[in-house]
Design a protein around this ligand. Sequence first.
Ligand code: TRP
Length: 365
Amino acid sequence: MTLPSTTEADAATLMQNAPDSRPAPGTKQRVLSGMQPSADSLHLGNYLGALVNWVRMQEEYDAVFFIPDLHAITVPQDPAELAHRTRVTAAQYIAGGVDVDKCTLFVQSQVPEHAQLAWVLNCITGFGEASRMTQFKDKSLRHGSDQASVGLFTYPILQAADILLYQPQGVPVGEDQRQHVELSRDLAIRFNSRFGETFTVPEPFIQKESAKIYDLQNPVGKMSKSAESPNGLINLLDDPKITAKRIKSAVTDAETEIRFDRENKPGVSNLLTIYSGISGLPVEKIVADYEGKMYGHLKVDLAELVTEHLAPIRERAHEFLADPAELDKLLAHGADKAREIASATLRDVYARVGFLPYAGTQGSL
Ligand code: TRP
């Protein structure tokens, strides 16, 4: 006897009772993003490049933000440090303006559907396709191919699962993540054509180049915690004295004129970008205000602007860290909200690939 192959119609009957994970038509569009818990503090590049944007987006969009701790362990992590960094990152998101009542904020490992969908997507991704991911190539070169884990290799597929579970229309990320969002699109299209319409095909919302923050000591390289000297870095949680000192000793150039010229005056241009990002003023206005003034003036004012802006964020983050139980409760609530969407998508996916519905008593799948 030959069994009939599963058709889209069978799958549809199997999932008759599955709630739809897509945002209802006419409601807000959904966006999703995450930032790795890879340091003890976010830096100004994370803040102005991503977080400020997230805070803005939660007003207009149905926003989903998360901390990808599953991604973090694709390279070796100290367990206590990972747990600490996950909380520190969450605390800074909230202190920086992410409002858990307006958006969904959660920790990836608390939503098991990410790992579950990643497995299914692993099985429709070509080995060659995964091998072409440039971030894997860079990172594995850095760690040596014997040290690089298989998890690092499948990192972009887990990222595709993060995205596709929530059916977002947009994924706000930096240019370095474009290739991963493209892979998510390819996998969504492939799955939909093999198994029937399941996933929303997401668009990358790429952060503006003009919002990019550079290292204060090496203003042609982006601000990064792995820079050679910590003096080029502004951390949200640093002591304001350190922050002020680093801004005042930022590398500029041998001229005296304050103007925006990324090519020839990367240091001054970076200070202007930071000034604009924090104050909300357009760069042209700042340049006009500083006409005839010296670099020192700009630095002194910027140091004050930045430290005053960051002070309440730093304070609030420390309050959360002093009461981790409260923070953990907010995150658990976020995970519950996230699971409502994620489990609906996963149930749909499982039915479509031909997995039997679970009829036991152990909760969800
Ligand atoms: N790979 C992203 C980064 O390093 C983090 C990330 C994981 C992410 N999953 C995601 C970003 C899903 C956007 C959507 O920045």
